[in-house]
Design a protein around this ligand. Structure first.
Ligand code: FES
Length: 128
């Protein structure tokens, strides 16, 4: 029997389509102040996302280890344009930019340009 691994089963679709997904690492290292790492304002981020009703537009996911633990406090932003990776975030300000970006994205109905302040934190996740 021949197996086709590149095709999706027919009819697979989600009703929970979003404009973007923000994945904030909260694994073995990121945000672990007990290990001397900078804090991540997770409670504030989750509460703010909920208060601003962003979830149905921009999914916020708090994840386990995303892999690049040598770069503290990793965030990945996934949109229809691809994924972008950020890390080395040692202050809370970039997380406020994420909220502002998610609000702008929700208002626009498409992924807004990423905040300029976030760009210096961007890194290449995958080998070329
Ligand atoms: S704990 Fe965040 S990358 Fe490993």
């Amino acid at each position: 029997m021949e197996t086709t691994i590149h095709s999706l089963p027919p009819g697979v679709a989600t009703k929970r389509r979003v404009l973007a997904q923000v994945v904030v690492c909260s694994g073995c290292c990121c945000g672990r102040t007990d290990k001397g790492r900078p804090a991540i304002p997770l409670d504030w981020l989750k509460r703010t996302w909920k208060e601003k009703r962003l979830l149905k537009h921009v999914q916020l996911t708090i994840s386990g280890c995303l892999g690049p633990c040598d770069i503290v406090n990793v965030v990945s932003i996934v949109t229809k344009h691809g994924d972008r990776w950020f890390g080395g975030i040692t202050t809370e300000e970039p997380f406020t930019w994420l909220v502002e970006w998610a609000e702008a994205t929700a208002a626009l109905g498409e992924p807004d340009d990423l905040p300029a302040g976030l760009l210096p934190y961007e890194f290449q996740r995958f080998a070329e």
